[in-house]
Design a binder for this molecule. Structure first.
Ligand code: MSP
Length: 512
């Protein structure tokens, strides 16, 4: 049987400050895909880490009065703890200061030199330390007397220094061909168009080394130069698979990457530079780059400099990790930008979690405990109404795999929420509490259908709320290996005779 491998990555964070909600959002999206694929029988490798070189980090270390490595050791740990707090199911956490990474960057560099794609010249132009990005003259505007990038709003500085260049201009046509052949290389499609237009407008050669600071990986054979931090950082995706050892199991199983989840601010690096470097080096590019939108607070990108940060740690401690994960995945439209606020978070917890999914589980489990001694037995055929809800649910579930494969999380969530609404309505209409005396078999069958519905919803929501849904699935006595998506083709999950256990309240209603 062919192994179904899935290598998924979330950007390695700059440890230049504390983790914030934008980081959380980016990583949780990736985690949801990783968990879905794992539940769906794939052999998943999920990676994140820290991006520790470059001027931005050197400056942050200087500010903290620490040498860069000590500074990075400290903050990388903060990000690793953050990944655990977010409940990310990562298989590896890579640091760009590790030896495995340095070897990999050196090898990629040497390949690019060998292929004739790197040459030495002089760079003259604009650079943003905050974005670690070069900008063209036509991308610069003046704001409050300062030169800033019109793209990101970050301040830029004029740089003139000797630099190695990557012949990006030579890759324009080849990249356009690549996008043409791989229609879904960049999703959502609006971002694909954005990238294609940018490439069509002409690509200039890219400066890939710096000489004015020291914190980074040195260019092989020219110690005065530090490799451009983005060429360094992007290579982490290969380093984590033990590249340049092309025969090792990780590389052979997982390259090319199945999916890089990134924010739209770093699309150019992943969708233009990265495939160009790889094609030049004779390495297959990743299969998909998904660029999600920004999290906004009061219509502005959430960022430290704007002081509009919702602190994910506080939110998790106050409202719970599953609650935050659910809110971010449901309320923020993934292709475009989304506004988040505590008020909306509270509303979402109450209406979707406490009143809908939580209430559905609670009412059915406590009814079965009180009236059936925790045992439900299906007898005879389901009624017309029972069959109807099962078939309506099948209609909702049949394209869920496709939605996930297109990173359409919003529609995925909508379908699952609809199933939950539908099930609550079915129970209200069927009124099993009235049947205890007159038709106990019918009551059992209604409860059986309800449990089956709860099982499906819980498995579908499991990638989003791993902790709460596991409680429900444990209480349904569904084994770990049966928490998969084979039911998406319409098959059943729970046995005809099912014993359930009780569990504590899932989601508390929040005072508004
Ligand atoms: N170090 C680079 C990534 C290198 S990957 C080879 C980087 N780091 S970052 O810490 O600045 O950002 C990490 C992720 O968080 C990126 O996907 C970025 O888009 C995302 N976000 C940071 N702020 C964000 C919002 N306000 N909203 C949503 N995501 C944003 O970029």
């Amino acid at each position: 049987m062919k192994h179904k491998n899935f290598f998924i990555t979330t950007p390695i964070y700059y440890p230049s400050g504390q983790p914030h909600m934008g980081h959380a959002y980016s990583s949780i999206i990736a985690d949801v895909f990783a968990r879905f694929k794992r539940n769906d029988g794939f052999n998943v490798h999920f990676l994140t880490g820290t991006d520790e070189h470059g001027l931005k980090i050197q400056k942050a270390a200087e500010k903290s009065k620490l040498d860069p490595l000590t500074y990075c050791n400290n903050i990388s740990k903060v990000f690793k703890d953050f990944a655990i707090k977010l409940d990310l199911s990562i298989d590896d956490f890579i640091r760009t200061t590790e030896v495995r990474h340095k070897n990999s960057v050196n090898d990629l560099w040497n390949r690019l030199v060998k292929s004739g794609d790197i040459y030495l010249s002089k760079y003259k132009g604009w650079y943003s330390v905050s974005d670690e990005a070069y900008y063209n003259e036509d991308e610069i505007v003046e704001k409050d007397g300062k030169k800033v990038s019109s793209f990101s709003g970050s301040q830029v500085e004029w740089v003139e220094e000797e630099s190695y260049f990557f012949k990006l201009s030579a890759w324009e046509k080849k990249l356009l061909n690549f996008y043409e052949k791989n229609q879904k290389f960049i999703l959502p499609l609006s971002r694909r168009t954005e990238v294609i237009n940018f490439v069509k407008s002409g690509l200039k050669d890219l400066s890939v080394s710096r000489t004015s600071f020291t914190w980074g990986i040195k260019v092989p054979n020219n110690k005065n130069h530090i490799i451009y931090v983005w060429l360094d950082a992007l290579t982490n995706y290969l380093s984590a698979l033990n590249y340049p050892d092309l025969n090792n199991k990780l590389y052979k199983s997982f390259w090319p990457a199945s999916l890089h989840v990134i924010g739209k601010d770093i699309l150019r690096f992943h969708a233009i530079y990265w495939p160009a470097f790889l094609l030049a080096a004779g390495i297959e590019p990743p299969k998909r780059v998904f660029g999600h939108g920004w999290i906004l607070s009061g219509d502005e990108k959430m960022s430290k400099s704007k002081g509009n940060i919702l602190n994910p740690m506080e939110i998790i401690d106050t409202y719970g990790i599953d609650e935050m994960r659910y809110y971010l995945m449901k309320e923020v439209s993934h292709g475009s930008d989304g506004n988040i606020s505590i008020k909306n978070l509270k509303n979402c917890i109450n209406s979707d979690l406490a009143n809908n999914y939580g209430n559905l589980c609670q009412r059915i489990f406590s009814f079965i405990k009180t009236n059936c001694n925790n045992l439900v037995i299906k007898k005879g055929d389901y009624s017309k109404n029972d069959k109807e809800i099962i078939s309506e649910t099948n209609n909702f579930t049949k394209n869920l795999r496709e939605l996930i494969d297109n990173q359409d999380l919003n529609n995925y969530m909508k379908s699952v929420i609809n199933i939950s609404f539908l099930t609550n309505k079915y129970i209200n209409d069927e009124e099993p509490w009235k049947l205890k005396k007159e038709n106990i078999n019918k009551m059992n069958n209604i409860l059986h259908v309800s449990l089956e519905q709860i099982a499906k919803i819980s498995i579908l929501l499991n990638p989003i709320m791993p902790k709460s849904t596991s409680k429900v699935l444990d209480a349904l006595n569904i084994s770990k290996k049966n928490r998969n998506y084979s039911f998406l083709d319409g098959s059943k999950i729970i046995p005809d005779k099912i014993n359930i256990s009780s569990f504590n309240i899932l989601f508390k209603k929040i005072e508004l």
